[in-house]
Design a protein around this ligand. Structure first.
Ligand SMILES: C[S@@+](CC[C@H](N)C(=O)[O-])C[C@H]1O[C@@H](n2cnc3c(N)ncnc32)[C@H](O)[C@@H]1O
Length: 329
């Protein structure tokens, strides 16, 4: 069982002080942590909403449940866990009429997942090529690496990994898998290293880092998940509620930035119109104009925080819920 094979016993929550300061949870409030992980943020949120508030934790990874149970045993407020992807869980909360005062999405993977020796998220340990956050999902990294055509793989490495040698790597993977399927992380690392020119193997971190990130994002449909969740999270918030998103990839941050900008935008009539005919009013107030990044001190203490970006929006009206498709996310 993977939890026994975990190397790490903690996940240091990223931008934790900033999340608490900007969302300012109060006693009695209901908060939803859509990405419970190790409960680092949830513990801080529980301290703020106790004694009569509620923390609802969501995670698609069943391994998070035992960590949630430990958290719940210590918490001084009401708690509840939903094991599902956050889109499905938020839809359930909306359907049952739950009103949240604060919702957090801390995207990506946890240290528990990266450091689990048998889950294949890391290029450091040899493991089955898996990378599913939810092991109940069918599609795994091995399916992608052995099943996708060269062009699709190359585009994925480029888009989600910003990998300079995406074409060469995809070609090498296809060459090797034609001889025998690539089923372990070490086989994938070997293919990547062989495809990267020798000087580049020693520059810009581990040569497999970007491709592993790209495959993980694709296997778990991380951008699709975010786009489905944003309108549901917005709908689940009460007026005055705060939505906080921590992202680790420029495409995620761009989607959040655009969604929040659309929520905060009022009238869209052409400037030459003497009066407003669109009737559109802002639905959100941006709690900070710019994305908040970790301080150098936080990065020194927790290098995994490095690319984190936090955005927070406060709901001020409930007249419209933008559709990510219409915004072009
Ligand atoms: C970065 S970690 C969160 C860490 C957490 N904030 C903490 O302080 O311990 C992300 C967690 O969210 C979960 N996750 C990622 N995408 C998800 C999704 N679409 N639905 C549900 N859970 C998701 C992952 O399984 C992982 O446990």
């Amino acid at each position: 069982m993977s939890i026994l094979l975990e190397m790490t016993r903690e996940h240091v929550p990223v931008l934790a002080g900033e999340v608490i300061e900007l969302t300012d949870p109060r006693p009695g409030e209901t908060v939803v942590d859509c990405t419970f992980g190790g409960g680092g943020h949830a513990r801080l949120l529980a301290d703020r909403v106790s004694p009569d508030g509620t923390v609802i934790g969501i995670d698609r990874d069943p391994a998070a449940r035992s960590r949630f149970e430990e958290f719940a045993a210590e918490a001084r407020c009401e708690t509840r866990f939903v094991q599902a992807d956050f889109g499905a869980a938020l839809a359930e909360l909306v359907a049952e009429g739950t009103h949240a005062d604060m919702i957090l999405l801390d995207l990506g993977v946890s240290s528990f997942q990266i450091d689990a020796l048998d889950r294949g998220f890391s290029y450091v340990y040899d493991a089955p090529l898996d990378m599913r956050m939810d092991p109940g999902q069918e599609f795994s990294a091995a399916d992608l690496v052995n099943g996708w055509d060269e062009r699709r793989m190359s585009n994925t490495f480029d888009r989600y990994g910003e990998e300079r040698y995406s074409r060469q790597i995809a070609r090498e993977i296809v060459r090797r898998r034609d001889e025998r399927p690539i089923t372990t992380t070490q086989q994938l690392v070997d293919a990547i290293v062989a495809a990267v020119p020798v000087p580049a193997r020693f520059a810009g971190g581990h040569p497999a880092k970007r491709v592993f990130q790209a495959i993980r994002i694709a296997v778990n449909d991380e951008l699709g998940q975010l786009e489905r969740a944003l309108p549901l999270a917005w709908e689940a918030l009460s007026i005055g509620g705060r939505l906080a998103v921590i992202s680790f990839h420029s495409l995620e941050d761009r989607a959040v930035k655009r969604y929040f900008a659309d929520l905060a935008r009022g009238c869209v009539c052409p400037p030459e119109f003497p009066i407003c005919t669109c009737g559109r009013t802002p639905q959100a107030e941006l709690v900070s104009r710019r994305a908040i990044a970790p301080t150098p001190g936080e990065i020194a203490h927790n290098p995994r925080a490095k690319s984190g970006k936090l955005r927070v929006a406060r709901k001020i009206a409930a007249d419209r819920i933008p559709d990510p498709g219409e915004i072009g996310l």
